[in-house]
Design a protein around this ligand. Sequence first.
Ligand code: SF4
Length: 169
Amino acid sequence: MFNETYELLEKTTARYKNNIGVYFPPTSEVEQFVQEKGINAFYESVDNRKTCCYLRKVIPLNRALSGAKAWVTGLRAEQSDNRQDMPMIEWLEDRQMYKFNPLIRWSYDEMLDYINQHNVPYNQLHDQGFISIGCAPCTRAIEPGEEARAGRWWWETSKKECGLHVAGR
Ligand code: SF4
């Protein structure tokens, strides 16, 4: 993660006086992946990248959602083509829970307006041209005119998703 992301975690915790659950990836699986494929394997193939995302994101998410009745996300439709048809509320058969995407129809500017009006903590990288923010090695700022997800896995031409929000996980 970027330092700015950790700072956001601290600011959010302080602002809302509410401890946020933190979930780390499974150590032995990540160690094995790095041992076999290399420390920067995610740059070398889409398969490696998806494996890395599965280990470092999907497995911890599955732990976080285990036993939960609902999942609330910050997804917005304009972030990627894959999200255009996502509903605000959906039933996830595989997880047996509702997924609620309250921001799905919000534009980036609407989100900024809300942040400013309500003094919501946000990732300072947004002020430096980072629109969609993930892991540090896989995220860069975008240039004017580039689409929102252009800074994520920029070396790939595949669909820019990490697997967290893919149906039929
Ligand atoms: S975004 Fe990059 S570093 Fe993060 S889990 Fe996916 S491939 Fe690994």
